[in-house]
Ligand binder design. Sequence first.
Ligand code: PEP
Length: 268
Amino acid sequence: MIPAMRDVIVAANWKMNTTPADAGELARTIASRTREPGVIRVICPPFVCLAAVRDALAESDPDVAIGAQTVHHELAGAYTGEISAPMLAGLATWVIVGHSERRRDAGETDELIGRKLTRAVDAGLRPILCVGEQLAERDAGTQEAVVQRQLTGALAADDPERLAAAGLVIAYEPVWAIGTGRNASGQDASAMADAIRDALEAAGLGAGAAAATPVLYGGSVTSANIGEFLAEPAIDGALVGGASLKPDEMAGIVSRAGLTARARRAAA
Ligand code: PEP
């Protein structure tokens, strides 16, 4: 498929940073510095900051979408401290699922992540499914097999066509590159994006829908290195962690994404 037809997306994962007192102002500042036609911007603050960010963006820039950083795999019940997909109504329209920090700290498995995907899509949330290998797996040359297994496991319990129709986005985030200042090369990310689309097809997605699925790169993305990833036609944007808390960095990243969006529109 011609990448011209895929969304260009920059998603900000604020992780466990900001408070309800300061998140709205940060969101407003980032929004005002990242207006780029053709780039979908998503800010994913902590749960307790969703309302503050929603209110700030409703006034200043309703084009910026809001996402949650995870969601529970059940609808309701005795799950102390958890948040279900229906609870996000009116607060978020996107959700990150399967981030490696959730896999690491909350023991999330591919099967559980698949159930979260289903809940997200049932509730009308657009999911960003994170996949990525550990350093030892890359050193062993098994990175594509690992990522393909993660995808197959997460998509096994639902209809991949339904997930794709709901706007499924895949974020390739090599675990060794998250928050470390190290990043994959653009070429490696591109090869993985191809492997991801192959795996989507193997999981039952039609070739057209697999080719149309946006693949983001994540892992120490900054305004200085985003160009290397967006130079790759297979890559459709970035999931940004640490740099997403810095308005200057977000301005640079989204500005570079705007170049890609313009080039794609011109090629369409
Ligand atoms: C992330 O949290 O998804 C991430 C990629 O973090 P960082 O950009 O800090 O590596």
